[in-house]
Design a protein. Sequence first.
Length: 404
Amino acid sequence: MAELLSKKSFYKDPLKEGQPVSDELTKDCYAVFSCRHKFCREVCPVYREERNESFGSYGLHTTLLSVSKGIEELANIKDTFSHCLECGACELRCPTTIFAGDFYKYTTTTVDLVRKIRRDLVAQGIHYEGWNEVKKYIDEHQDYYDGPETELTKWATDLELPKAGQQVMFVDYYNAFQGTEVPRLAAKILQKAGVPVAILEKPSVTTGELLESDIDLWLKHAKQNLEALEKAGAKTVILLNPHEYSYFVKEYPKHFGSLPFEAVFITDYLWQLVKEGKIQLEKDLDIKVSYHDPCALNKLCGLYESPRKLINSLPGVKYTDEDPVTQWNYCCGNGTASFKKVHPDIAYKIGQRRLRGVADLDAQVLVLACPHCKDQFTEVQTKSGINVEPKHILELIADAMGIN
């Protein structure tokens, strides 16, 4: 489970136009500004494409410092802060994190800062370019929540999954309505392994777009999820979406304390079943593959071993690995919240660069553990014609198990 090292209570204080920036937030920005090494720059996928230092961690903190000194106005930095993928790479490379994180428990938290500034801007009616698309997405999720409960579990109509149990598979709205093959495959794999698994009758909203625009409403939904899971009798909650996994292990404990259950990502859970002999991988797949680390798993949560172990256990798979540290430089281009909706052209360039790198490895398939990555790379592959097929890791596991 990811450990939240730095809890910055002053991030809760709203930053308002015409009012001074707090001393604590100013000092937080100086911790990055005073570095000058700019290790965070080259690891930023957006900087690699745009070559604009304003869009990286150093630039974002420096921009906010200009507001604190009265050099710039809050409204004029709105589009700068919309360029962050919220991937977390800069946090890992920051000397403040590397040298102060373990001892002083004080790290650079660019992702939290970006979310805070976006929320503060929205609260004051200062909307960055592309906000309408983000708002539309948020409203759609609220419509799902306000709609019939049967719509949220429609993807599982023929799977006969109970609505209570010790193992509960949490299915977010993206997977419930757009990436339905992911929860369906997960359920079929677990059923064949003899693992009883339940789902919630009415999961609440978890989307990152809401987190970075209205934290009070996001936390209301978060609390409802925790209460629903506890009521369902969950001892283990299996997460299918890396974005939601990061919320469960990093954001929920930050606001609510220790969880009343164990939160486990699907690849960790399946690898344990493979080790116990409950999952038999027998069919020869005969393919060359590489693996893409989802930002929310690798960078935000430090989870990278189980997907690789599962891939290496698949019969007939020739696997060319790119280590997780090298992949701090990579992103599919979707980002962990609103980025692609605001900057689709940059998102495409980031995804294209990544897919070309995989083609250079002579891989036929790029294995993925994130439904958003699958959607993004499928779109990039279609547009670019790069001869690499994006596949979710559950597809390969199901094939190897003989599941249709």
